[in-house]
Design a protein around this ligand. Structure first.
Ligand code: GAP
Length: 482
């Protein structure tokens, strides 16, 4: 009994060590994620999402939108601009505050975040430290006293620690002058605050209510991104949940959001609870206006890392925008007439990070078989349709008929290359939950009882069953959206 336990543990660790490399390789091989601008030699921390990847990413977005916006009566949606008035980012504090402390190696010009450099250095010594909140001078002192070498070239020759803003700058108009400077948004959240008044005026929302937004954000990340975990551009899914602090207990609301986030990751995205944990920000790490901030962390192969942040931001953002814009962003209670600035709780997540987690979590090795055990709802293709033989027109025509019909309801794949085993292998790696084969029985040329039926093979169990063609749509729907 004990022996079995040990070997199982070793097997699990083996998968863990090479897991990231396996996912990166599978992602490219099967059209999930390609390195960014590859034919031009690549662009660090940028990726292209291929045919399977775009479907998986979209399914995760759709699931988030369905659960947190469409199916909630206390939520509305928004799609604000990527380029906002530059004052938005002054008001939000991003121009002054979205900064990383960086050092550059004078020998090879590698730039790296000082906190990552120091923390990784201690990690290799088997110690865990956090340098959150330390000044540039304090970071400099640690790098120098520890004589931390450049991870790229091995030299110890750093510039002093310098603050570096992560916002991407660009210009509106044809003259790149100071007045025309704008930023690509560093988070979607600010678009929600600046539309707060318009949402109040154009809808019938009443506190407490939330606004959800999905869309691209941009940050000039220059450290190693760990695949799609940290990239220059990424899809954020953010919620600002507004409430009256005098009538809503923020602690209760906060705990409720924690429950909803946890449920989404474990139930909708199918992630095991033991790969997740909450980590509360200490006083040094937490923004000065936040009363509580916690990260839901996932155990990535490179350690437990932030997946989804939850912050009680008080009334800071609305107040800042009132101050900088001069607009009145107060809420008037329709019953009591009380006028005040609402407080917010903000659950903020990156879809790309969720996608990395979903792929890592789904990766399964069973003997020689490799498959992505994705929740069927998230799988890029819900089914794949094959004619048993590609050189028999009657089989191909029938399979095409089924494929065209299913395509009206589901995203389906077609494959007629190689033998059935190879086709199963490819679909397993993509995570397609069902493979449908049209054979001679289907045409009524074999077992008469199987006429007008097909073989449906289940990805996870490998079992096959005959299903009537006319019931295929209902069969798949029942299995996928149960
Ligand atoms: N409005 C709050 C905010 O933006 P954040 O912790 O900076 O907070 C929220 O970002 C989430 O966005 C993170 O938990 C992470 O999932 C995702 N995220 C942040 N930076 C990212 C990056 N460079 N690449 C991919 N995802 C990122």
């Amino acid at each position: 009994m004990e022996k079995k336990k040990v070997s199982k543990k070793i097997a699990a660790e083996k998968i863990e060590t090479g897991l990231m490399e396996k996912i990166v390789s599978l992602a490219k091989r099967r059209g999930f994620v390609f390195p960014g601008s590859e034919i031009y030699g690549g662009l660090a921390n940028s990726y292209e999402y291929g045919p399977a990847g775009v479907e998986l990413k979209k399914n995760i977005q759709d699931e988030w939108w369905r659960v947190f916006v469409r199916e909630r009566s206390d939520m509305v949606g928004l799609d604000s601009s990527i380029i906002l008035h530059p004052k938005v980012w002054e008001a939000s504090g991003h121009v002054a505050g979205l900064v990383d402390a960086m050092v550059e190696c004078k020998a090879c010009h590698t730039r790296t975040r000082a906190d990552h450099l120091i923390e990784n250095h201690y990690e290799t010594k088997g110690e865990k430290i956090s340098v959150e909140g330390k000044t540039e001078a304090e970071l400099d002192a640690i790098i120098n006293s520890e004589k931390i070498k450049c991870p790229a070239c091995g030299k110890f020759d750093w510039t002093p620690v310098r603050k570096f803003n992560l916002l991407f700058e660009t210009h509106v108009g044809i003259v790149p002058e100071a007045q025309s400077k704008v930023y690509l948004r560093g988070e979607t959240a600010q678009g929600i605050f600046i539309s707060f008044k318009n949402i109040l005026d154009s809808t019938r929302v009443r506190l407490p209510f939330g606004v959800g937004q999905l869309g691209k954000s941009f940050r000039n990340e220059i450290t190693k991104g760990n695949f799609i975990f940290r990239t220059l551009e990424f899809e954020q899914a953010e919620i600002e949940y507004f409430f009256d602090p005098e009538t809503t207990d923020w602690k209760e609301l906060y705990e409720k959001w924690k429950g909803d986030m946890w449920k989404f990751v474990t139930e909708n995205l199918g992630v095991q609870a033991d790969a997740l944990r909450w980590r509360e920000h200490g006083d040094e790490e937490r923004s000065f206006y936040s009363k509580r901030t916690e990260d839901l962390e996932y155990k990535f192969p490179f350690g437990f890392k932030e997946l989804w942040g939850l912050a009680y931001r008080t009334d800071y953002d609305l107040n800042q925008h009132m101050k900088f814009s001069g607009a009145d962003l107060m809420y008037v209670d329709p019953t009591s007439g009380k006028k005040f600035v609402p407080h917010v709780i903000e659950p903020a997540v990156g879809i790309n990070r969720l996608m990395a987690m979903v792929m890592l979590n789904a990766y399964t090795e069973d003997g020689d078989r490799v498959y992505l055990k994705l929740p069927p709802r998230l799988a890029p293709y819900k089914a794949a349709v094959f004619p048993l033989l590609s050189n028999k027109p009657a089989l191909v025509d029938k399979a095409h008929e089924i494929y065209n019909d299913l395509q009206k309801r589901f995203v389906v794949a077609w494959d007629d290359r190689g033998n059935i085993g190879k086709r199963y292998y490819a679909q397993d790696e993509i995570g397609t939950p069902f493979c449908i084969t049209v054979d001679f029985d289907t045409l009524g040329e074999g077992d008469a009882a199987n006429k007008d039926t097909v073989t449906v093979r289940d990805r996870d169990t490998g079992t096959q069953e005959r299903v009537a063609i006319k019931k295929l749509g209902e069969f798949l729907h029942g299995k996928i959206y149960r």
